[in-house]
Structure formats: C-alpha cells, structure tokens
Design a protein around this ligand. Structure first.
Ligand SMILES: [Fe+2]
Length: 295
C-alpha cells in the first residue's frame, strides 16, 4: 500500500489496496486505519463499488449508522445523494433533492446533530457530473493548531449546540420537516475533539452549530462564526474532483467538508455510509460534564 499525500498538510490517496482488501484482511485494515488517523481524508481510485462492498469496508471502522428519517435510504445503512427523480430525470432546482444539495454546500461535519456523532463517512461516486460537484475538505485539526494557545484553551473548555434544523433553515424555511425536527433534537458537544490515538485536538464545528453553552446567543454565534472562518481560510482546503470508481472517506472528528455546485441539468448520484464514533474514538470526552456525570 502506497500513501500519496494530496492536500495542504492532510488528505492522501491510498494506492495498491482496494476496499475489499481492507474489508477482508486485518493487516490491510490496520495500515488503512493508521493512515486515516494521520491524514483525516483518504482517497481510493478505480474501485468496483457495490453497496455490500462499501458496507463491509465501512464496518471495519466501527458500527454503521442507520439512515435518519427524511433521507433517501431511511432505515438502511445507506444514504443516496442524488438529483435524479423517480422518473429518471434530473429534478428542478427548487426540488427538495436540489435544496438538500444546497445545504450540503455549507461547511459541515456529518452527524454532529445526532445523539451519536460520526467517526467517519464513506462516499462513493456512482454517477458524476462533467463539471463541478467536487467535495472540498479542510482540516479542523490543523485549524486548531493554528489558533493561539488562549483560543485553543477556550475551545477545549467550550461546549456547542448543534441542530439539523439550523443548517437546513439557512437554505429554506421548513427544509427540515416536522418529522426530522422531532427525531433530531439539538445536541451539545465539546468544541475540540482530541484524537485518542495521536493526542491531537481538532475544532469540532459545523453549519449545524448555532449556540455556545453558557454564552449570550449573539456572543456565542460570533465565536462560532470566527472559528468557522479561521478553519476554512483560503488556501487550507483539498477539493476532490470525482471520477467514476472513486471512494473517499473522511474523519468527521478532524475535518469539515462541503459540496461544490455543478450545472443543474447534470445528474449526480453518490452513496454514503457513515460510521458512528465509539468510546475508542474519544466520543465520551465530547459530552457536557453534567451529561458525563449522569451517564
Ligand atoms: Fe456531508
């Protein structure tokens, strides 16, 4: 297995290994897992991807999430992100599918609005547009390390509220349905996630973040906005240009990402699996201290 660095200080392509190798072989998994902890974004090219193969690969890293209400794939381990409607045609730009893609174009980390946050997401390209549609990543670990020590200390001791309805509300009022709101109450997480393997901390923020525990709403939002801007500073990203057969996985603890736009008449179909974070991934240190004491 060869590791080819891709981005500014993070992200790498793994060559000479397939998803099936990693699913089947302990040594291949150990090597891929070490690269995941180090590089935060891993790219695999030229894969022959099936849903089953993607799931078997994902399970290596931890328990797969069950897809929430309101997404294509509810109740399964797969989320289908598509602009192709039931009639086989690309949907108009005001269709719910298209608006959801717009919400994906805000900088975020996956599942910070869930009661169990995500370790990783695995995204495979099934139909790619000819133009645009990249997925762009930043390292929130490097962003944390760029902060001055007093701000690092503040982030470590601050807790942030995340709400799915907040990020969707930035695109269209009511984009989060009543069922989604009921199933996804706001969650509170520490603003820095320390990786238990290497001891390095990362800012834990997203478009879902809307308030800081114990701070006036405006003051908290200002802090979130400042740190989001610092984390996504120009020149700090890796934008993945998709080809058929590409699979990209990322560490939701140490990155943010956003989809980039593409022409509205070009189809795009991607399939995501998501792996929940567990105690070995450091999830318990993310809980509000009162919650830690109660559990
Ligand atoms: Fe995402």
């Amino acid at each position: 297995m060869d590791i080819v660095p891709l981005g500014p200080g993070f992200a790498a392509e793994l060559r000479g290994v397939t998803l099936a190798d990693i699913a089947a072989d302990d040594a291949a998994y150990a090597a891929a897992r070490a690269a995941f902890e180090e590089y935060s974004v891993l790219v695999f090219r030229g894969q022959e991807v099936t849903d089953e193969g993607q799931l078997a690969f994902s399970r290596r890293f931890g328990p797969p999430e069950v897809t929430k209400v309101g997404s294509l794939g509810t109740g399964t381990h797969f989320i289908t992100l598509t602009t192709i409607g039931p009639d086989g045609k690309v949907v108009p730009s005001d269709h719910r599918f298209a608006l959801r893609n717009k919400a994906n174009q805000l900088w975020h980390t996956d599942s910070s609005f869930k009661s169990v946050p995500a370790l990783s997401s695995v995204l495979s390209a099934r139909i790619v547009p000819d133009h645009g549609g990249e997925t762009e990543f930043v390292s929130t670990r490097l962003a944390f390390e760029r902060l001055d020590p007093s701000l690092q200390k503040k982030a470590v001791n601050t807790f942030v509220w995340h709400d799915y309805a907040h990020s969707r509300g930035q695109i269209a009022p009511g984009l989060a349905s009543p069922e989604e709101r009921a199933a996804l109450p706001p969650q509170c997480w520490r603003m820095a996630w320390k990786n238990p393997v290497n001891g390095r901390s990362a800012l834990y923020l997203a478009s879902h973040a809307y308030a800081v525990e114990g701070m006036e709403p405006a003051e908290g939002k200002k802090l979130i906005d400042e740190l989001m801007a610092a984390a996504t500073a120009p020149g700090s990203s890796y934008a993945h240009k998709w080809r058929n057969g590409d699979v990209v996985m990322w560490d939701n603890r140490a990155t943010m990402h956003r989809g980039r736009p593409w022409p509205a008449d070009e189809a795009r179909l991607m399939v995501r699996t998501t792996i929940s974070a567990t105690a070995t991934d450091g999830v318990e240190s993310m809980l509000l201290p009162t919650k830690q004491a109660a559990e």
